[in-house]
Design a protein around this ligand. Sequence first.
Ligand code: GLY
Length: 346
Amino acid sequence: MAETLSLTGANGVSEIHIETGLLNRAGAVILETFSPSRVHIVSDSTVAPLYLEKLEKQFSLPVTHTVIPAGEEHKQLSTVEGIYHDLLAAGMTRKDLIIALGGGVVGDITGFAAATFLRGVSLCQIPTTLLAQVDSSVGGKTGVDLPEGKNLVGAFYQPRLVIGPNVLTSLPDSTFADGMAEVVKYGYISNREILTMVSQPDYKSNIENIIYECVKIKRDVVAIDEHDTGLRMILNFGHTIGHAAEKLGNYTDLTHGQAVAIGMVAAMRLSALLGNENLTAPLIDILKHIGLPTELNYDREAIFNALLSDKKKFGATVNFILVREAGRAEITPIDAEKLHEYVLKL
Ligand code: GLY
């Protein structure tokens, strides 16, 4: 299967190519879209030793690179500044091309560097994790963290090209499971067929189709609400309590996918407390089948406080994503005081 999805955003059309093994001919695909004089690739210390040389060899024009240290703790402004210096040293101009080769952190940092260097240089995302393929490489959210919280500085900047999936077969099981949390999210918010696919014993062999269905949902949501003022919030199912748990675990106890899995279960419980159908049990079954955690092991008062300090708080209400039935979710503003009561009961 080889599929291309197009997304029209404020800074042009983004093409998302989905074909297993595309990294092997990424250079040719890239030069069908861009005509740069030079290319600068940003990768990290985990991915670069595996795939950077393979990608660089596919270009006959000047190619330079920056290899950043792997890990969310490096998703900060000083890392971006280092990339700017490398871009200047390489003689990059606005007509050239920046490529992000890596997972979500590399994509977010590189996207922000591309959005801001010389006020915007063309960007290609080559996601190498499942999470980056189904979520962060698509939709144009870029940025870095501050000591006060995650993703507090950033820009909406669509890549003109996204190429994947890549090298998923060589991912450790835990990294694969991490991305599957976002896959399950798409199933619950928009397409229950994804849940059927994921529930199969050999779901990994169908991953290209699963990715395609997820990216299609993300494309459709972002096409309607690129700047995250309404519908796009639906993609945050499981993320409100998930982010709070990630924060309480100092961003080291839980991976993002694990936090989202736990957050989705908590959101389902909360939905049942509000009188909706209780869909918690089937969700837990799917998450266990994938190998993801389901229990929220943090003090509820601390979860509530962390949740309120998250940027999705709007005055006296918090926008919560509640699943009404598998495949259908709604953005539900909940009064902060009421939410406090519910969180204590989770
Ligand atoms: N990861 C959620 C979004 O792109 O809006």
